[in-house]
Design a protein around this ligand. Structure first.
Ligand code: C5P
Length: 209
């Protein structure tokens, strides 16, 4: 199975990097954050509670991976709700099952998220852990919002990022952490181009073996 596993905290640059890699190798790409977001949005849309594990797991089991759209799912409230239901083991089991069947697609796949190298695809061909300091990530998100014509407050964004990191790294089931055999890419002072070339050379080497 040719799977590239890319993990890391919010706004570290893993989305851009994953899309570049998928394009370069003509692999299918799944942003697994969207599976948690879509589950959360379905609950919010139907007025269902975010703290009932059985209800959330039922929605997760019926999720269609075909209709995931970041533009529709990017709202801040959806991200917050996603990280709340992501602590529930039976929600994770349902979504991980769907993610694993995606990972088996030919000719190869790129999955990005929080637990791809550790839980979803422990046998991935190459594992990358992409990170950056909370300040750099907050600044990137801030610039992105301004560039899109929006209004943002840097301190609020930084607080959100720190809180989301704590929730993702502190949960008992599948906490965010690098797999033992992951290559670490700290993008605090690295351009996306430099991160892409480093990733490409790890993948080229692994594909030759
Ligand atoms: O990456 P994104 O911000 O879209 O993810 C939303 C939330 O979904 C994360 O904060 C995290 O709690 C959860 N998530 C997860 N495991 C993944 C991907 C996302 O728990 N593989």
């Amino acid at each position: 199975m040719k799977t590239i596993a890319i993990d890391g905290p919010a706004a570290a640059g893993k989305g851009t990097l994953s899309r570049r890699i998928a394009e370069e190798f003509s692999f299918h790409h799944l942003d697994t954050g969207l599976t948690y977001r879509a589950t959360a949005k379905a609950l919010l849309d139907r007025g269902l509670p975010l703290d009932d594990e059985a209800v959330a797991a039922d929605v997760a089991r019926n999720l269609d991976l075909g209709g995931l759209d970041r533009a529709v799912l990017s709202a801040h409230a959806i991200g917050e709700a996603a990280s709340k239901i992501a602590v529930m083991p039976s929600v994770r089991r349902a979504l991980v099952e769907a993610q694993r069947s995606f990972a088996a697609r030919e000719p190869g796949t790129v999955l990005d998220g929080r637990d791809i190298g550790t839980v979803v695809c422990p046998d991935a061909l190459v594992k990358l852990y992409v990170t950056a300091s909370p300040e750099v990530r907050a600044k990137r998100r801030y610039d992105e919002i301004l560039a899109g014509g929006g209004v943002a407050d840097y301190e609020t964004i930084l607080d959100d990022i720190v809180r989301r990191d704590e929730r993702d790294m502190g949960r008992a089931d599948s906490p965010l952490k690098p797999a033992d055999d992951a290559h670490l890419l700290d993008t605090s002072e690295m351009s996306i181009e430099a991160a892409f070339s480093a990733a490409k050379s790890f993948i080229d080497t692994a594909l030759k073996q």
